[in-house]
Design a protein around this ligand. Structure first.
Ligand code: SF4
Ligand code: MG
Length: 283
């Protein structure tokens, strides 16, 4: 496939300046690089959720599945388990991954499901015109909180680390080259790869200046050190003025859920007979 053929001719309705464009182009470039290495893009599946980010499935010319709100991860998990030869990439919004689908995020990390999760974290519900999400900062003023939120955001990186995540990274839609490199590393990682992408919402929460003043790339960082990763993740709590580290915070090898599952002897169960037997015993 050529560069242009990876982008569809669907009308793009993202706002001018939206960070989703950079994520789309970064993913396009990564897929093209994989294709040049000999990987068939027919074996790649993109799953998206609901929200502005989800339109990426309309704009990317590969196998895709538009799922429902908060269920991006279980759909991606099912596809990967059904056909382990597929490379499954899940794109989710912060509403998808950190609110409605939070339990799925925790369990994907716990199980080490072999999928790549890219969270388009603009820290707002953009499609529904600007309500606060779990990563909006304290005091965020939006449609549902005109007086400002009264709750602090949580730190999703720490949550994934505590849940057993084996590849945990943070990137920004403002740094295209690094974003591409990290997405490539995430796809190459065997197991649950999670990238929290600080994505600009140009219309409802434009944090461009805030991020530019604080972002730095992790250096002299040991990705295999759990405690060091935890310390670096805690530097910025998605609130306040601390420096914001970007890069791969944590990476380790571990058996995948699919690998363990395929090692199991499958026992066929005739469910109907089993239920009849239970009912007969109760008569
Ligand atoms: Fe992008 Fe925000 Fe516009 Fe949605 S509302 S398309 S996230 S700029
Ligand atoms: Mg969002």
């Amino acid at each position: 496939m050529t560069r242009s053929s990876l982008i569809t001719d669907a009308q793009n309705t993202w706002c001018p300046g939206c960070g989703n464009f950079m994520i789309l182009f970064a993913l396009r470039n990564v897929l093209e690089a994989l294709s040049e290495e000999g990987r068939s893009l027919d074996s790649v599946v993109l799953v998206s959720g609901i929200g502005c980010h989800a339109k990426i499935a309309d704009y990317m010319n590969i196998n895709s599945f538009y799922s429902i709100h908060g269920r991006t991860i279980p759909v991606a998990t099912g596809i990967q388990l059904a056909n382990p030869d597929l490379t499954v990439i899940a794109c989710a919004g912060d509403g998808d991954a950190y609110a409605e689908g939070l339990d799925h995020l925790v369990f994907a990390a716990k199980r080490n499901v072999d999928i790549t999760l890219l969270v388009h974290n603009n820290r707002v519900y953009g499609l529904t015109t600007g309500q606060y999400t779990p990563t909006s900062p304290l005091g965020f003023r939006g449609r549902s909180t005109p007086g400002g939120t009264i709750e602090e955001p949580f730190n999703p990186l720490e949550l994934v680390l505590a849940s057993g995540g084996t590849f945990i990274a943070r990137e920004s839609s403002l740094q295209m080259d690094s974003l591409q490199e990290t997405i490539m590393e995430a796809i190459r990682h065997r197991g649950f790869s999670y990238v929290d992408i600080l994505q600009i919402c140009a219309t409802y929460f434009n944090m461009t200046s805030y991020y530019r003043e604080r972002m730095y790339r992790l250096k002299d960082h040991d990705e295999s050190d759990f405690d060091q990763a935890c310390d670096r993740m805690r530097e910025w709590d998605y609130n306040g003025d601390a420096p914001i580290g970007l890069g791969i915070f944590y990476r380790r090898e571990k058996d995948t859920f699919g690998g363990r599952l395929s090692g199991r002897k499958t026992v066929a169960v005739d469910r109907e007979s089993a239920i009849r037997k239970i009912l007969d015993e109760r008569r």
